[in-house]
Ligand binder design. Structure first.
Ligand SMILES: O=C(CO)[C@H](O)[C@H](O)COP(=O)(O)O
Ligand SMILES: [Fe+2]
Length: 225
């Protein structure tokens, strides 16, 4: 699986999103954090903004839904023009049915786990998802410190995917920088979300290259799964 870098527009200038998208052309997808002020104590943007972003973005959209009742809303986000829709296991009533509804719209389905959530119950169900997101901070805000204690869960998912020969996207989100990305790559991540480290950089393109190189170096130095 190739490594993918996803700048999070949570750290972008919300008054100039179209212009901000032009600064990250070297990335693979753009990560869009949808927060409802219920599942997390923060509010960002919703369907109408996602629909417009899908129209103007040169990069495919990777949606991260931090909302209550994803069973109700995720299919609408999938229909809004995203490449992938990830919702939280802690918020879903029927995660498998929700993933199937996303896939039925031709969109990749992702399942996100908060730092304290176990992956155990999902290991037999990996086939139902295209992406597993291991949150490396408490969801809700950008600019937080990377939580290395989430790495055993990431490695557990990576080992399970390797045993099954699954080409699963394993994403990390929160506190990813040139300093921390290697640890995540060693533990099996292949999809990296970074907000403040990319949009806070004077040269986002150079930071994207730096992140990609650091992840690649760590992956090459790590033992094969
Ligand atoms: O989902 C998120 C927060 O809940 C964001 O995607 C994440 O925080 C990215 O920001 P940073 O790289 O600054 O930590
Ligand atoms: Fe996110």
């Amino acid at each position: 699986m190739a490594l993918h870098i996803h700048p999070s527009i949570l750290a972008a200038d919300f008054a100039n999103l179209e212009r901000e998208l032009q600064r990250i052309g070297e990335a693979d997808l753009v990560h869009v954090d949808v927060m409802d002020n219920h599942f997390v104590p923060n509010l960002t943007l919703g369907l109408p903004v996602v629909e417009r972003l899908a129209e103007v973005s040169p990069l495919p959209l990777d949606l991260h839904l931090m909302i209550d009742d994803p069973d109700r809303w995720a299919p609408d986000y999938a229909a809004a023009g995203a490449a992938s829709v990830t919702f939280h296991a802690e918020a879903a009533r029927d995660a498998v049915a929700t993933a199937r509804a996303i896939r039925a719209r031709g969109v990749r389905a992702g399942l996100a786990l908060k730092p304290a959530s176990s992956a155990d119950q999902w290991l037999p169900l990996l086939d139902e998802f295209d992406l597993l997101l291991v949150m490396t901070v408490e969801p809700g805000f950008g600019g937080q410190e990377f939580m290395a204690e989430t790495m055993p869960k990431l490695a557990q998912l990576a080992d399970a995917a390797a045993r099954e020969g699954r080409d699963l996207r394993l994403q990390v989100d929160g506190g990813i920088s040139p300093r921390t990305i290697g640890i995540a790559a060693e533990n099996g991540a292949n999809s990296f979300v970074a907000g403040s480290s990319i949009f806070g950089s004077a040269d986002p393109g150079a930071t994207i290259r730096e992140l990609r190189d650091a992840a690649q170096r760590a992956l090459e130095a790590a033992p094969q799964r």
